[in-house]
Ligand binder design. Structure first.
Ligand code: MOS
Length: 741
């Protein structure tokens, strides 16, 4: 019997630390003589600072320093070419870099004091006079000024058109068109952006930072401040949710580093909940879709023009319209993606960036198309099912979306669904059923891992990756324990430190595949070392055995041909006189596989809503989310990923909206009192199904990652269910009662 863990549910290995409060987050690390920072933000969206008077602030007892653009000009930072692992085309924002104001709530000062309260009080006493320029923040009002998105962001590719969609649309008998809008949304993890900066010595610093990539922060800080890489240590063992806000280094880590280096002191800087709305959001979008089909339900044309917002100083791009070219069989496809520059902070990735945006519009339009020809929307999707990637003309390494349809529909009871809207009613509640599907990339990045097996049979694995609550600690422990035939308790996985081997950013749903493959590879190397040692032992059945003849399980090695010939790993090391085995290994994607295949995960979402006929309030009463994402390493943690995704999808469909006040150019609902998210009361039954999907090509582990696929199709499934319940097609998210009635 093998010590088999992957594919089995395991509780989080870091769970006890988290629930007992022992897990330390960025703002919880203690330091001698710690000072506290408070950031001052701009009141205007565009213009310049004429004067900034810090006299009163400096007069408060306990205030150590106030940093503004006026007193940091002579610093050398940002002289070196800026780069971060998630940067995008344009000129990155330089906090306190000049008196120019590029967006509302821009950081314009940092007060450092002996306590957070003193710093905050002092910041309120700073007097600023501005020269205001006109600003534009209204995406829908600026569509005439859109421009094709430039390349520049990792992974971004321009959407490709094919055939002649306009002609096919003109000739078609059955056609639909619509404009779909969703507002900007902000990340609201429990843990705020925070940094504790420890001044080690001249030119040397340790940063406890809330980040999805310690190496990324290290690269950014060392480049920007001109420090040696090895003199910048970044540590982040626990992250209280991130969802993309921790991908690019944020101004908290910049300002904390600046102040720490200047004052030669230890500094803690935590952003407030309000400030979480100041620097990065899912961009609002406007999408125009036209589509045609014949009476047999075959799509004859697709046109999808997507407009996203970006800042005046960078071009944030995401994959939006591209998905409309790959999802279904259709010969005539015209796609466009353009950006509108606004006086806002550069948008940033938020869970399933681009795909969520696209699916909201496109999967609603698919539903509209099905209704135009009076066909069941699931049947319509089956008829137009794409076996191959329609853009790249390549087969998928695996695509079990049909199984998602079958199992999801069966669990939901879709076959009993009457086609007509407003045909199901329970008292005063209009009941509706809707569905949608979605895809996400199954990516893999180069990653390194280290393993140390000690004489007591304990294994310590490490890689500089992150666990943003996703279960990285747990699945890496499972992979390590299984590969070396150890118990889960014998294995410790460590992460989140630039002293560890380098890992990619924790994003794009690629961590399980990327870091998991490196962990597997390094454990294979340790195993080989063990087998080599065993084959050299005298007076054992292993003498001169070949590597391929060995097996491991339950802390023992054995021979495949003679399972009763067993020796514990502890004994192998003891008899060989070896105290520990240390190995490092690197893994990365197979470039050959990419040439021949496309790699996507898929999901089908079925949703039931009940809409109050008088009030227009919408409750999502049931969701079934069926996911095809290759092998599932840990159904428990993976299932939680999908549950969380569905919750957020419900929140997106019905609640989340960052409302821009265009007069002030500011997001006005910048608190959890006014930026609504789904709470317990909003969530009812959610079923997660993982369908069987075997994939030898995607990576050696056969896994695709589950961090993002779960959210992609939730909002359109709900919008389609609202239509089925009410006959009202709401094309503008969130679906609030005023839009339904
Ligand atoms: Mo995810 S938006 O790649 O953290």
């Amino acid at each position: 019997m093998n010590t088999k863990y992957t594919g089995q549910s395991a509780s989080r290995v870091d769970g006890p630390l988290k629930v007992t409060g022992k897990a330390k987050y960025a703002a919880e690390f203690a330091a001698d003589g710690l000072l506290y920072g408070y950031v001052l933000n701009s009141n205007i969206a565009s213009g310049e600072i004429l004067s900034i008077d810090t006299t009163a602030a400096m007069g408060i007892k306990g205030v150590i320093s106030v940093f503004t653009h006026e007193n940091v000009e002579d610093l050398t930072w940002f002289n070196i070419k800026y780069k971060d692992m998630d940067s995008t085309a344009g000129t990155p924002f330089r906090p306190l870099g000049s008196n120019k104001i590029l967006f509302s709530m821009q950081p314009i000062g940092l007060v450092v004091a002996e306590s957070f309260e003193i710093a905050r009080l002092a910041a309120s006493l700073i007097e600023i006079s501005y020269k205001e320029y006109p600003h534009v923040t209204n995406l829908q009002g600026e569509l005439d000024h859109s421009k094709e998105a430039p390349m520049g962001k990792i992974g971004y590719v321009q959407p490709k058109s094919r055939g002649n969609a306009e002609k096919a649309y003109r000739k078609a008998e059955y056609k639909i068109q619509g404009e779909y809008v969703h507002a900007a949304e902000h990340h609201n993890p429990l843990e705020m952006l925070a940094t504790t900066a420890i001044w080690e010595e001249e030119g040397k610093i340790t940063l406890y930072d809330k980040t999805q990539g310690v190496s990324n922060v290290q690269m950014y800080i060392s480049n920007v401040f001109g420090l040696k890489m090895e003199n910048v240590r970044v540590v982040s063992p626990f992250v209280g949710g991130a969802f993309g806000i921790g991908l690019r280094p944020k101004y908290n880590v910049f300002l904390a580093t600046l102040a720490s280096l200047e004052l030669r002191r230890n500094i803690r800087l935590v952003l407030t909940r309000q400030q979480m709305f100041s620097f990065g959001h899912r961009p609002g979008s406007v999408q125009r879709i036209a589509m045609s089909a014949d009476l047999n339900g075959k799509l004859t044309s697709i046109q999808h023009a997507a407009f996203g917002e970006t800042s005046t100083y960078e071009d944030y791009t995401e994959i939006v319209a591209n998905w409309s070219g790959t999802m279904y069989n259709c010969e005539n496809v015209k796609l466009k993606y353009e950006l509108v520059k606004l006086n806002v902070a550069t948008p940033t990735d938020m869970r399933a960036p681009g795909a969520v945006t696209s699916a909201h519009a496109f999967e609603s339009a698919i539903d509209e198309m099905a209704y135009a020809i009076k066909m069941d929307p699931l049947e319509f999707r089956r008829i137009n099912y794409a076996e191959e990637d329609q853009v790249e003309k390549k087969p998928y390494s695996s695509k079990e979306l049909r199984a998602c349809y079958d199992q999801g529909a069966a669990k939901f009871g879709w076959e009993n669904r009457p086609l007509e809207p407003q045909s199901m009613r329970e008292g005063n509640q209009l009941v509706g059923w809707g569905m949608a599907n979605g895809a996400w990339d199954a990516l893999m990045m180069p990653a390194k891992a280290q393993a140390i097996l000690s004489a007591d049979g304990k294994l310590i694995l490490s890689s500089g990756t992150s666990d943003i609550g996703t279960g990285t600690y747990t699945i890496m422990t499972q992979i390590g324990a299984e590969t070396l035939g150890l118990g889960l308790d014998d294995v410790t996985f460590q992460l989140g430190d630039t002293h560890m081997p380098m890992a990619p950013l924790e994003g794009g749903s690629w961590t399980a595949a990327s870091v998991g493959s490196a962990v597997k590879a390094v454990c294979e190397e340790v195993k080989t070392k063990l087998f080599e040692m065993a084959s050299k032992l005298k007076d054992t059945p292993f003498k001169r055995a070949k590597i391929k003849d060995f097996a491991v399980d339950h802390g023992h090695i054995s021979l495949l041909s003679n399972p009763s010939a067993r020796l514990s790993i502890v004994d192998v090391m003891r008899l060989s006189g070896v105290n520990s085995i240390l190995e490092t290994a690197m893994s990365g994607p197979d470039p050959k596989a990419k040439k021949t295949h496309s790699f996507n995960s898929h999901a089908a979402v079925f949703a039931e809503v009940k809409v109050d006929a008088d009030l227009g309030t919408v409750v999502v009463t049931r969701v079934v989310c069926a996911v095809a994402a290759g092998k599932i390493l840990n159904p428990k943690t993976a299932g939680s990923q999908i549950l969380g995704s569905v919750v957020w999808g419900i929140s997106k469909a019905l609640e989340e909206e960052s409302v821009l006040d265009n007069e002030f150019g500011r997001f006005m609902n910048h608190s959890l009192a006014e930026y609504h998210v789904a709470v317990n009361k909003d969530i009812n039954e959610i079923d997660v199904i993982f369908v069987e999907e075997h994939d030898d090509l995607v990576n050696p582990l056969g896994i695709k990652g589950v961090g993002e696929i779960g959210i992609v199709a939730v909002a359109p499934a709900i919008a389609n269910a609202v239509f089925h319940a009410t006959g009202v097609r709401v094309r503008n998210l969130p679906i609030t009662m005023d839009k339904v009635l």
